[in-house]
Design a protein around this ligand. Structure first.
Ligand SMILES: CC(C)(COP(=O)(O)OP(=O)(O)OC[C@H]1O[C@@H](n2cnc3c(N)ncnc32)[C@H](O)[C@@H]1OP(=O)(O)O)[C@@H](O)C(=O)NCCC(=O)NCCS
Length: 178
């Protein structure tokens, strides 16, 4: 159960440095991380591709963050989004903050009439949010067994949904960012 005083809100100007440091701290211990997850968020923001950026605030500190960016099919079908990076302060993990951020993001995407959301991450974690492993739809270069799709519209996708190209410009792949 999350702390009662944890508030979720959209990123505001001035939050950038705190989000950067939080993401760096959260991913640093992760063996799979490439270490550039915080740079990806900045790059998406600078490119106007940070479609949604939510923070979790407790005691005036940013303790959680989630990013969503545009994703698309090869024929440019719009309305797809990619989830990640998502981070929670290491000292506060396992209290439901990450889950709150993911749920809130998916609700927001639904209100935007999004087609759905993709990510590459641990299925054990993300299946609780309605993500389904779709190895058949994984973009080339992504680890198929970790590629997951959460349809939000009426139909499931039947073609590959790609991450924003910025996911592939750093040392890490999208698989490291979910
Ligand atoms: C992943 C992360 C955002 C989850 O946030 P959180 O607030 O700790 O998550 P919640 O409290 O909502 O959920 C905790 C549950 O998720 C599980 N979990 C968390 N991260 C997991 C992961 N990478 N793989 C599998 N399970 C995970 C916990 O074991 C726990 O399981 P339980 O409910 O069965 O006990 C957070 O752990 C984090 O910042 N990790 C480092 C960065 C990272 O790995 N980001 C995601 C990359 S795929």
């Amino acid at each position: 159960m999350a702390h009662l005083d944890t508030v979720l809100r959209d990123e505001q100007p001035g939050d950038e440095a705190a989000i950067y440091q939080l993401t760096r701290r959260a991913f640093a211990p992760m063996a799979f991380a490439a270490g550039d997850e915080q740079d990806l968020i900045n790059a998406l923001r600078e490119a106007g591709a940070l479609s949604m950026s939510l923070v979790a605030v407790r005691d005036d500190q940013i303790v959680g963050h989630i990013a969503f960016s545009p994703a698309s099919t090869a024929d440019k079908v719009r309305g797809w989004y990619a989830l990640g990076p998502v981070s929670v302060d290491p000292a506060l993990q396992g209290q439901g903050i990450g889950g709150q951020l993911i749920e809130a993001g998916l609700v927001r995407l639904s209100t935007l009439k999004a087609a759905g959301c993709i990510l590459t991450g641990n299925p054990i974690y993300y299946r609780r949010f309605g993500f389904v492993v779709r190895p058949d739809l994984a973009p080339p270069g992504e680890p198929a067994k970790y590629y997951m799709v959460r349809p939000l519209g009426n139909s499931s996708p039947n073609e590959v949904v790609f991450f924003h190209p910025l996911f592939h410009q750093g040392p890490a792949k999208a698989s490291d960012k979910g």
